[in-house]
Write a protein that binds this ligand. Structure first.
Ligand code: 13P
Length: 296
């Protein structure tokens, strides 16, 4: 009964508002197959946490947009949990339209490769399209470097490329996005030692002071970010944190280890449970770190 009620009453925006007010963050965990999704659902179920499932254009092309929606729907229905689906780093309007048609809850349009003016113009158009269809939209300014893998070389982070508070305010006022991905020194991917450098918390403080509660702030490039910085960033108002590389790494490493121990194994349902439980454990650690435990 309770399950049915909260599924009807609370959408993703309600959870963002709650997180913003109470200072915790929802994890976005990226997937490209059923095994990873199953692990994330199990973690959120154990810890009673809302969650965003992310698929980039590449991940969703591999899994299928309709298939991603159908899988999330099945888990939502079966568990009664607030599991939401986001298109991560959507780059083309055409692809975004397809994701919305398939049933995504949230769209991240990444126009950060263009100038601020151009980014504002296209994001505004896409935001209107999303809102007419009751879909949330996340915009992005000041491109977040890197890619979701172990990086041979760390991207150079220059303070001049971080998000300026006045640009953030202009962007959200003109585009009317629901959420905003900002650049405060994180990057996609992890260093070989898996410990990325500290982030620019002072920059976040200044952005938050300027924009207040007008928009939900998102932190991309969550993998490898020092735990104390994540905690502080949440206190300063970040409400969604994206994690991909750490999940990919643990998935692949567990699978490699399993085959090393049992090279003769050929039955997927016998070798995947270890992969699933290692991802689940990692997601549970993140949920605890983000403070979204018992928030459904
Ligand atoms: P990481 O791969 O660094 O975790 O970043 C993920 C991300 O920001 C997806 O949008």
């Amino acid at each position: 009964m309770f399950k049915k009620r909260f599924m009807l009453n609370k959408n993703l925006k309600d959870y963002f508002e709650k997180a913003q007010k109470e200072r915790w963050a929802i994890g976005q965990f990226n997937i490209s197959n059923l095994e990873a999704l199953r692990a994330i659902v199990q973690a959120t179920k154990n810890l009673k946490s809302p969650v965003v499932i992310g698929t980039s254009e590449g991940e969703s092309k591999f899994l299928g947009l309709k298939q991603a929606v159908a899988l999330v729907k099945v888990f939502r229905k079966e568990t009664g949990l607030p599991i939401f689906l986001n298109l991560d780093h959507g780059k083309s309007f055409e692809y975004i339209k397809r994701a919305i048609k398939a049933g995504y809850d949230n769209i991240h349009f990444d126009g950060s490769g263009s100038s601020l003016e151009k980014n504002i113009a296209i994001t505004k158009k896409i935001a209107e399209y999303c809102h007419r269809r009751k879909v949330l939209i996340e915009g992005e300014i000041n491109s977040i470097a890197g890619s979701s893998e172990i990086l041979k070389k760390r991207p150079e982070i220059k303070e001049v490329n971080l998000t300026k508070p006045k640009d953030a305010l202009k962007f959200i006022k003109e585009t009317k996005v629901d959420s905003l991905a900002i650049n405060i020194g994180t990057f996609h991917g992890m260093e070989v030692d898996r410990e990325n450098p500290r982030i620019y918390l002072q920059k976040l403080r200044e952005i938050k002071e300027r924009i207040g509660e007008k928009v939900f702030l998102v932190l991309h490039g969550g993998s490898g970010t020092p735990k104390e910085d994540i905690k502080e960033a949440i206190k300063l108002g970040i409400v969604k944190i994206n994690i991909n590389t750490e999940l990919r790494v643990i998935y692949t490493e567990t699978l490699k280890k399993t085959f090393k121990e049992k090279p003769e194994e050929t039955t997927p349902y016998k070798y995947f449970p270890k992969v699933i439980s290692s991802i689940q454990k990692l997601v549970e650690e993140k949920i605890k770190l983000f403070g979204s435990i018992n928030k459904i």
